[in-house]
Design a protein around this ligand. Structure first.
Ligand code: MG
Length: 411
């Protein structure tokens, strides 16, 4: 069936100007009016299973945006330092303000590390704020959505992390009781066969021990769940190749960070040596940092951490670059519900989203931080409310603040 172009171009059609009020068009086109200005930036650190740096940006219109920076000592101080660079600015200019902060903080090291993390937290808060000003969900600011819900994978732990049966039991519990169909386990666990961890070499019995964990977990839940395994940058290139090859028969979701993060040549060689999918990316910053991993196809799956890598639009840029190579994106995430929801909006807006990580299932109060329900049966519904679509429960934030923190102002 053809499209009725006369209808689309009918200047009298009701929808033509539906969402663009005269005020908002003026606001976006003529920044000289400065109808809404940023007045203040504040942080509060919450003592979760990681320290979560929550960020709030206040405006003279009384509209407040909430964001979050990846855990990391120093982020609150850096965000406080950046506050004056934002004061008086129009919060709708997300790209310009982010670039402004990168330039202003270049002497502090804004190509990587905690400075980028701090900028990420501000950038997420700007998306919440701009969405509220324009009365649209944050995914709309990223170009609209490909999906109504984003898959969540559960990072699993057990006290007996080196015991294959204990890992399989926990996998079964998380699938059956918590409703996830996507899991991740650590594979850099002691086997009892190590001679010298410093040389990064894996001995044969160590590889066999890892294979026994993968076999036990995938045999138990492999027909009901996708399972990934994380090595946390531990092994030599040669050992990583042997491990990836040994695991091929189990057809795992991915093997994460088998080698240290600095040398992309080694990363590429490992990835291209095996059909076991290799994921990496949480330890490099901004699109520049991820570029070689993608351009050289040094990973099969790119795994940026949104509130660390540069924010929501930076993650979208990385995803777009990855999509040129038909490469999926699995978003690393250890955040509170605030930045997790930021990642969900990105996951909705990019074609190549695979899943978003959830790293707090044994904390007990993760969802208490916000008023909304967040994860349901292993998925997060993409919010339709303006901005990120989550509302902080200030009593819960106060209850779980890092000792000595001050609670930021109410919205
Ligand atoms: Mg990891």
């Amino acid at each position: 069936m053809g499209v009725d172009y006369t209808q689309l171009h009918d200047p009298n059609a009701e929808y033509t100007m539906r969402n663009l009020s005269a005020e908002s068009m003026q606001l976006t086109r003529d920044r000289g009016d400065r109808e809404i200005e940023i007045t203040d930036v504040q942080t509060t650190m919450v003592d979760g299973n990681f320290p979560w740096t929550l960020v709030r940006i206040y405006t003279d219109a009384g509209i407040v945006g909430t964001g979050e920076a990846y855990w990391g000592a120093g982020a609150p101080e850096l965000i406080e330092r950046m506050g004056p660079f934002l004061q008086g600015e129009n919060p709708l200019d997300i790209d310009r303000l982010t670039e402004h902060l990168v330039q202003k903080m270049s002497g502090e090291g804004s190509i990587g590390g905690v400075t980028v993390t701090a900028i990420s937290g501000i950038e997420v808060a700007l998306h919440d704020l701009a969405g509220k000003i324009l009365d649209v969900p944050a995914y709309q600011l990223l170009g609209g959505k490909f999906r109504d819900e984003v898959r969540v994978y559960c990072d699993c732990h057990t006290e007996e992390e080196a015991d294959p049966i204990a890992c399989a039991d926990e996998a079964e519990r998380v699938v059956e009781e918590l409703g996830y169909d996507a899991l991740k386990f650590d594979l850099d666990v002691p086997s009892g066969h190590e001679k010298d961890r410093a040389n990064r070499h894996l001995r044969k019995p160590e590889i066999e021990h890892k294979a026994s964990i993968v076999e036990a977990v995938t045999e138990r839940v492999g027909s009901r769940a996708d399972v990934a395994f994380d090595c946390h940058w531990t092994f030599s290139g040669g050992s990583a190749k042997r491990l990836a090859k040994r695991l091929e028969e189990y057809d795992i979701w991915w093997l994460e960070d088998p080698v240290p993060p600095e040398n992309h040549d080694v990363q590429r060689e490992v990835t291209q040596s095996s059909v076991t999918p290799i994921a990496a990316g949480e330890n490099v910053y901004r699109t520049h940092g991820q570029r070689r991993l993608i351009d050289e196809q040094a990973v099969d799956i790119i795994a940026p951490d949104m509130p660390k890598v540069g924010g929501m639009r930076e993650t979208r840029k990385i995803a777009d670059l990855a999509d040129l190579y038909y490469m999926p994106v699995a978003m690393h995430n250890v955040a509170s519900p605030v930045a997790t929801m930021g990642s969900v909006h990105v996951g909705a807006a990019i074609s190549n989203a695979l899943a978003v990580e959830y790293h707090s299932y044994d904390l007990g109060w993760w969802e208490d931080l916000v008023e909304e329900d967040v994860i349901e049966d292993g998925y997060i519904q993409v919010p339709e409310e303006p901005g990120l679509g989550v509302t902080l429960d200030m009593d819960a934030v106060e209850e779980h603040m890092v000792e000595g923190e001050e609670l930021f102002d109410e919205a």
